[in-house]
Design a protein around this ligand. Structure first.
Ligand SMILES: CC(C)(COP(=O)(O)OP(=O)(O)OC[C@H]1O[C@@H](n2cnc3c(N)ncnc32)[C@H](O)[C@@H]1OP(=O)(O)O)[C@@H](O)C(=O)NCCC(=O)NCCS
Length: 168
């Protein structure tokens, strides 16, 4: 089946859908704080943005991204990552759409959008070292493994990055 993947604006009326996705077992396994994600989506912090992933018009997932300050990067032990790098989170909430290449396509759309902002040096995705589905998807989207680290409360994680400025 041909997937026409698009990123569409997140609306406050998407909150119930996002809540449903965050509680779905295949997502809840990796997203331990659903309420925090929901609150963030409804009222993003400065520099934070989000979108709904749609396939042939159907809403199937969620992306959020945020520029990260030097202070935050240092606090989680990522001292080599340049300030204003963008951290990305993604989920395909509709389980029947998982494993169809939609995550990588959605990430490629986001990368294209973020490339327009030349002040962004690097894009990063953090995933559990055990989330092999996510790691395969991110590699397909063009991200590479940088290193493992231990952000407080998330267990051992893998940081995957894509340089936009060729600095890292
Ligand atoms: C991680 C995620 C965004 C990847 O998007 P996706 O559209 O499913 O990615 P892909 O279709 O490219 O699948 C990635 C790989 O996982 C495999 N896979 C997908 N679903 C699977 C399943 N249920 N069981 C086993 N393998 C699976 C695919 O075969 C693919 O591997 P391959 O292309 O090397 O064969 C999506 O699976 C998801 O949202 N999962 C739940 C939430 C989550 O883990 N979010 C990321 C947190 S860091």
């Amino acid at each position: 089946m041909n997937h026409d993947v698009t990123l569409v604006p997140f609306r406050s009326s998407d909150a119930a859908l996002l809540s449903h996705w965050l509680l779905a077992p295949h997502v809840a396994k990796w997203y331990k704080e659903p309420q925090e994600h929901l609150d963030w989506a409804l009222c993003p912090p400065v520099g934070g943005e989000r979108a709904v992933i749609a396939v042939n018009g159907a809403r199937v997932g969620y992306l959020r991204w945020q520029a990260v300050s030097r202070e935050i990067l240092d606090s989680v032990g990522l001292k080599e990552i340049p300030a204003n790098s963008v951290d990305i989170d993604i989920l395909i909430g509709e389980v029947s759409y998982v494993g169809r290449g939609i995550g990588p396509q959605a990430l490629q759309l986001l990368i294209k959008h973020l490339r327009e902002d030349t002040s962004i040096p690097l894009l990063g995705l953090t995933t559990s070292i055990h989330n092999h589905t996510a790691q395969r998807a991110y590699r397909k989207a063009g991200f590479r493994d940088l290193r493992e680290y231990d952000p407080p409360g998330y267990g051992r994680c893998l940081l995957m990055v894509m340089s936009l400025s060729h600095e890292v």
